[in-house]
Design a binder for this molecule. Structure first.
Ligand code: SF4
Length: 687
């Protein structure tokens, strides 16, 4: 293809628009799309290096069953027959899908429809469970819907940005650049960074609160108390305010400062700025969500915005940043095990509605297994078949060596992936070759609810196919041909859009029924658009607010489950580095992205380095109750004493002993099922 093709970056939830242009050497050059409202032409180093990830080295190109190459027809027949045999003998709950925020909305929709609508179980969960499921619970409890009430434009209109549990400079770089630019243009805008680590994001902070790890809820519950002392609540606006305000009343400045291990004066400065600023935004991500009380932390943040009316207005709001390009699309189609499609719930009316729309009497009646539970169920033998789509749980899930053991014991492991050999695919009985970015076609939704097209500009190599095609082929072989008769991603998108408006009547915030009748040409030309997309003219948040009262959720701040003790005296924090993506299956092959950090590291405070007898560049073994890894020491006073940091990315191909999630316990938030990846008690010794 010789023309310029506009698409969307496949990495983080900023969702930058890109242009793919044929390069003189025969490859493709990827540049930022100046027309895309998420980035206006900017790209970070990962996005700019996309053209270097398009080679075919290491690709899975043909279907395989039991290690033998097969035709698509034979592989699909054999896989469907094995799935059917397991369902017949053990019931629908013995099979599961584990999906990914890398999937396009059309793929996600197809997977969710097959599992929840026709197999009749809800065992479809996703790696987005590890990323933002606490944020979903927070929004649903407070606003009655999984509705992100902010946009990137708000950054240019706000007077105070609070970044909490977010190293946006590395994890959401283009959004961070936009923030830097906004501050340059409006120097009166203040930035508060709340993070135990001093990161690249702290560079623009007017105030950095290096609080005790995991104590964030204390800071915001105290702020709620402070706000209520300044100005009483307009009680007609809220349900549930009395429990929330009673709990908050106990959180004085002194108590908060003690709980968060901060100077009282610094806490007070933050509270004063928030209370006295008319327009304030709080941006939060993994440092809040990946916690055994992540949902409550999200609600502690949303509470202060509700109580001070800093929500639903320009430059205001609690803004959860998603980690992946289509974590939001997964939320919309019901790719989480505890929700149904298009923001419907496991309630009789919604189940009946979905049954009518899909023409199925087999709709799942109750929630399925969430990510960590799902792999525990595989380990117990309760789940006997799992289809893993575009993700690498043997590296990315907590307690990853147990995940590997579970997969080794599972009778049927189907993987659909781009890469042939991953830490997960070595357990595969069936391998389906998937189209990669640049080959596949569909839509993704970014952090600000903006739906953008990913467009293919390369031919599919070998026999790679779209995931929605594989799913519909399996569905047809299981006997559901009519419901899975799609010929093109466009038909799936229109069905999804129609379902979003089906018997909706304003009862569900997610509504893109205005896109349900796009023809193929219009779908191909679809410009980035924020949902809802209906014929109604009321601004989205106002319209949603008019549906009912919001909820102040009572929050009792809790510390993490994992506390240091004499055997494991340090707390390990895990997270992203600037130039790598997830488990490095794509970015790890780009030499220039390896130049930033080329091996597993552990950041450690100088006092701790001295205490444990290690120096810069030493190799150390890090051990937790779950397992161990080896990393190179980087001595840095950006850490708090007693705390260490290690990147989450390394897989066995790039470092056999560098898998950090082998250390992390599968302790989860009871409401969201999101694992506590940010706090693990560890010890170190020279290796
Ligand atoms: Fe891609 Fe995120 Fe970088 Fe934008 S900020 S180019 S979406 S990785």
């Amino acid at each position: 293809m010789n023309t310029v093709v506009r698409s969307t970056c496949p990495y983080c939830g900023v969702g930058c628009g890109v242009e793919a242009r044929p390069a003189v050497n025969g490859g493709h050059e990827i540049i930022g799309d100046k027309q895309h409202p998420a980035n206006f032409g900017r790209l970070c180093v990962k996005g700019a290096a996309l053209g270097e990830t398009l080679g075919l080295e290491g690709r899975l190109l043909y279907p395989e069953v039991d290690g033998e190459r097969m035709t698509w027809n034979a592989a699909l027949d054999e896989t469907a027959s094995r799935l059917q045999a397991i369902i017949d003998e053990f019931g629908p709950k013995a099979v599961a899908f584990y999906a990914s925020g890398q999937l396009l909305t059309e793929d996600y929709y197809a997977a969710n429809k097959l599992m929840k609508g026709f197999i009749g179980a809800a065992n479809i969960d996703t790696n987005s469970r590890l990323c933002m499921s606490s944020a979903v619970v927070g929004y649903k409890r407070a606003l009655g819907a999984d509705f992100v009430p902010c946009s990137y434009e708000d950054l240019e209109q706000t007077d105070l940005v609070v970044l909490v549990g977010s190293n946006a400079a590395w994890a959401h770089p283009v959004l961070y650049q936009r923030l830097v630019q906004a501050k340059k243009l409006r120097p009166q805008m203040k930035v508060v960074v709340i993070d135990p680590r001093r990161t690249a994001t702290s560079d623009i902070a007017d105030l950095h609160l290096a609080l005790r790890p995991g104590s964030d809820a204390g800071l915001f519950v105290g702020l709620l108390n402070y706000l209520l002392q300044q100005q009483p609540l307009m009680t007609d606006r809220f349900d549930g305010q009395s429990d929330a305000t009673t709990l908050a009343a106990g959180w004085s400045l002194a108590k908060c400062a003690d709980f968060c291990q901060l100077e009282s004066a610094a806490v007070q400065t933050f509270w004063q700025w928030f209370a006295s600023t008319d327009r304030a935004m709080t941006l939060y991500t993994m440092g809040i969500n990946q916690s055994s009380s992540g949902s409550d932390k999200c609600n502690a943040i949303i509470n202060v915005h509700l109580a001070s009316d800093k929500i639903g207005r320009p430059g205001c709001g609690p803004f959860s940043l998603t980690g992946q390009p289509n974590a939001m699309g997964g939320r919309e189609v019901g790719g989480l095990a505890n929700q149904l499609a298009c923001h419907m719930n496991f309630e009789p009316a919604d189940i009946a509605k979905l049954g009518r729309f899909w023409g199925s009497e087999r709709i799942a009646q109750t929630s399925g297994l969430m990510a960590v539970e799902l792999f525990e169920a595989i380990a117990r033998g309760d789940v006997k078949a799992v289809w893993i789509m575009g993700t690498n749980p043997a590296v990315s899930l907590p307690d990853s060596s147990r995940v590997a053991q579970a997969l080794a014991s599972c009778p049927l492991v189907i993987i659909s992936d781009v890469v042939r050999n991953t830490d997960t695919s070595r357990f595969a009985t069936v391998r389906f070759p998937a189209q990669a970015w640049g080959e596949k076609n569909g839509t993704v939704t970014n952090s600000e609810r903006r739906i953008s097209r990913q467009r293919g500009f390369l031919p599919s190599p070998g026999e790679a196919r779209a995931e929605w095609w594989m799913i519909s082929q399996i569905a047809r072989r299981l006997g559901y041909a009519e419901a899975f008769s799609w010929q093109h991603a466009h038909e799936i998108f229109c069905e999804h859009a129609a379902l979003s408006g089906y018997e909706n009547n304003g009862s569900r915030a997610f509504d893109i029924s205005g896109l349900a009748h796009l023809n193929l040409e219009q779908y191909d030309a679809l410009e980035p658009v924020r949902w809802p997309v209906t014929t109604a003219s009321t601004p989205a948040f106002k319209s949603w607010r008019s549906n009912g009262k919001f909820q102040l959720v009572p929050v009792e701040p809790e510390l993490p489950e994992a506390l240091a003790d004499h055997r494991y005296p340090l707390i390990l924090n895990t997270g992203r580095i600037r130039d790598q993506w997830h488990t490095m299956t794509r970015t790890g092959g780009v030499p220039r992205l390896m130049q930033h950090i080329n091996m597993p590291l552990i950041d450690i405070h100088p006092h701790d380095a001295k205490r444990y007898g290690v120096t810069e560049g030493d190799l150390v073994r890090i051990a937790s109750r779950q397992g161990g890894m080896v990393a190179r020491v980087q001595v840095s006073d950006s850490q708090l004493p007693g705390n260490v940091f290690a990147p989450m990315h390394w897989n066995q191909q790039f470092s056999r002993r560098g898998l950090v999630n082998g250390l992390v316990a599968g302790v989860c938030d009871p409401h969201s099922g999101q694992p506590e990846s940010k706090q693990t008690a560890v010890r170190i010794q020279r290796w």
